[in-house]
Design a protein around this ligand. Structure first.
Ligand code: PEP
Ligand code: MN
Length: 360
């Protein structure tokens, strides 16, 4: 090969790379414009703007390409950019109301999340058959349709009670069955998703595991409804992205739970972020639950917070109830006893529509 041609071709290669870099940079900026246009509900195609660009490009054309060629080349770039913007519009998130405008309902036995307010109640941890049977009987008699109880407990200390495991799952399932309730319990490990799915109606992903992406994928693939708690320090956006992990596995049965976030405040265990819960209702189509127990960490705030949450339009309130909280093996201070639950129910009853009927 003629050495001069080789040398010039190397020059062409360099320019190609420069052009590619510039085109990519241009595409990134254009897609940022596209994102803003989408947010504002504006279209991407702007013929006047294209005319304006072609006008100054031809006016400033240094040659040797004739103006018509410059126009054709740039029109091709415009076309590619528009296609990119439209493609990015299509990649809307599965959690978003823009993707799915109507509310998602999650039906679990007698309970339908997203069709009128519900209560989820039960002890923090499953401790014995008697404890679960007594609690389930008491709650079912008051119209509570969803029984909770942890068989695998995420404890701050590795030496604290870790839950009864499979034994606890069996106890929880039996108590729920005997009283016609749905059973929700936490799964902490991808290796336990199979066994927890056998016994539970709803898999809970706890606050501490909200960004355990392997676990999110696994519960997503299980096809079971998932109760996804917001992480202790997670932003609303991170919480939604966590839901996206589950949804992206083809599982649309996701229930979001705001359970308080960590702030500098010490007089409550966490700070209930009601705006986060309302944002979740507005920006997603998923049912939203407010867990007042873990948010407040104190019984005197449960009813007022539950009233606020229900008035704000959430789909369910989550509380912990134990036959004898003083001897509970976890979360002693925040679990209500039966008398306290009755007082709580009286205080929020008017906001629970249809009101749970008392049978016992
Ligand atoms: C629980 O529900 O008992 C629990 C541990 O909750 P969180 O993950 O919200 O702390
Ligand atoms: Mn708890």
């Amino acid at each position: 090969m003629e050495p001069r041609i080789l040398e010039l071709r190397r020059e062409i290669d360099r320019i190609n790379r420069e052009l590619l870099k510039l085109l990519s940079e241009r595409a990134r900026i254009a897609s940022e414009i596209g994102r803003i246009q989408t947010e504002r509900g504006l279209g991407h195609y702007d013929p006047a703007r294209e005319e304006e660009m072609l006008a100054y490009l031809t006016a400033e054309n240094p040659g040797p390409f004739p103006d018509g060629t410059v126009k054709r080349l740039f029109k091709e770039i415009f076309k590619a950019t528009l296609a990119l913007e439209e493609q990015e519009d299509k990649q809307k998130f599965l959690f978003s109301r823009e993707t799915r405008p109507e509310d998602t309902r999650v039906r679990v036995r007698e309970a339908v999340f997203g069709a009128g307010p519900l209560l989820i109640a039960g002890p923090c941890a499953i401790e014995s058959e008697e404890q679960m049977q007594t609690t389930a009987e008491f709650l079912a008699a008051r119209g509570v349709k969803v029984l909770r109880g942890g068989a695998y407990k995420p404890r701050t200390s590795p030496y604290a009670f870790q839950g009864l495991g499979v034994e606890g799952l069996k106890i929880g399932r039996a108590a729920a069955d005997r009283h016609g309730m749905a059973f929700v319990t936490e799964v902490m490990d991808t290796r336990d998703v199979g066994v927890v799915s056998e016994y539970a109606d709803i898999l809970q992903v706890g606050a501490r595991n909200m960004q355990n992406f392997a676990l999110l994928r696994e519960v997503g693939a299980s096809g079971k409804p998932v109760l996804l708690k917001r992480g202790l320090s997670a932003t609303v956006e991170e919480w939604f992205y966590a839901a996206e992990y589950v949804l992206s596995q083809g599982n649309d049965q996701v229930i979001l739970v705001e359970r308080g976030i960590r702030t500098y405040e010490k007089w409550t265990r966490n700070t209930l972020d009601l705006s986060g819960a309302v944002l979740a209702k507005q920006l997603t189509h998923l049912p939203v639950v407010v867990d007042v127990t873990h948010a407040a960490g104190r019984i005197d705030l449960l009813a007022p917070l539950a009233r606020a949450a229900l008035a704000a339009g959430v789909d369910a309130v989550h509380v912990e109830v134990h036959p004898n909280p003083k001897v509970a093996m976890s979360d002693n201070n925040q679990q209500m006893d039966f008398a306290q639950f009755d007082a709580f129910l009286d205080a929020v009853q008017d906001l629970l529509e249809p009101a749970p009927e008392r049978r016992g």
